[in-house]
Design a binder for this molecule. Sequence first.
Ligand code: SAH
Ligand code: SF4
Ligand code: F3S
Length: 444
Amino acid sequence: MKKNNKIFIETYGCQMNFSDSEIVASILTNDGYELIPNVLEADIIFINTCSIRENAEDRVRKRLYYFKSLKKKNPKLVIGLLGCMADRTRLALVEEEQLLDLVAGPDSYRHLPDLIRQISKEIPAIDTILSTDETYADISPVRIDSNGISAFISIMRGCENYCSYCVVPFTRGKERSRDAASIIEETKDLFEKGYREVTLLGQNVNSYRWTNEEGTINFAQLLELIAEVNSRIRIRFATSHPKDISDELLYTIARHDNLCKAIHLPVQSGSDHILGLMNRKYTRKQYMERIEAIRRILPNCAISTDIISGFCEETEADHQDTLSLMEWVGYDAAYMFKYSERPQTLAAETLKDNVPTGIKDQRLQEIIQLQQKLSLERNKLEIGKTVQVLIEGRSKRSEDHYFGRTIQNKVVVFSKTIAQPGDLIKVKILSVTSATMIGETVES
Ligand code: SAH
Ligand code: SF4
Ligand code: F3S
């Protein structure tokens, strides 16, 4: 065992980043470090960061000042920054503000043990080189804060879509797919350990492609292979890009009861003018055609989305197009954001961030309010139905209640029974809010 071996990892950003922290935890525990839950006892603090919007970066900066204050009491404390802010902010944070001892980008985690050893020579250790082939395929993640039921599996890294507002292609580099056999092995291993749900992760899972001597596997084929690992394990995935979601994929989902009937299909805007400026590569009409295909092939499928308010040049008419498309689809859920200009992106370099903040806020509020109404309407359709729920654990609000999710990814709360977390149970839906459904278990 090493002397300064207690590591604390704090994670921001998307599910992929949380999955990456589990890869980091695996690499470090294999090298003799111990992962601990309390920051005040740590010898090394890692913050795994997100650059997607300016406020995400501000939050990280604030935490770094706090961590720096801990260094006054413990001068040997090491502070390291991982993830999407690594390359973008290393100069400011290491040289100007001297907040960091270590910086590692998303493709450099295998080097962390060496980088930590370099710091002991009192040189800040930095590695932010992006790779074209790193997928961490052979690394078996150490699950952090796990409920023992659901787990993430990264199947791709990077993104080359270059949506004009988005920083991800710059922070995570080229798109690459992970060896299919290693994904199937990881799923089998999780099932044997008692996990009953996996979420396959990538920025655009529909463009998954793995080629070996036997041929090429696309995303629909991968999904089928994973569904067949065991019918008791539920499979979710995120994110689907609307330009790439194929009928083949929808038919595959229809064929398997354990492939979740929930599709996250970020639309970003309902206006063709804005979609063009965003470089999303689909029109409103093409998006609607994909929604119709989902409704036709998967009639019981929940659909969720991401929306950005106040992108460059967005007019009131463009905004109204977004609202009318939301109504037309009737989304079950949405993540909604105010546009935040990111350095390096096409929008930052070629367009004007010219919608005033007040208007961005007002439009965002209208979008949020409409979504609350739509979520409630969609959830109300479930009242009276008996649905299958995967129990995830005890409800946060009540000792006597469990919570779990339906195959459509809707949260259900119900009175505890003799069933255990990880079990599938039938629940009749009695009442709903826009966020949760309340039910009672029924004898099967
Ligand atoms: N790969 C996924 C999403 C990745 S980022 C996709 O293509 O849909 C998650 C969400 O953050 C995006 O869908 C978008 O809605 C939002 N987002 C990305 N960049 C943003 C920015 N500069 N300002 C505001 N929201 C942004
Ligand atoms: Fe960003 Fe677009 Fe890639 Fe999604 S698909 S990560 S929004 S560039
Ligand atoms: Fe953020 Fe990077 Fe994910 S920018 S959203 S942590 S890919």
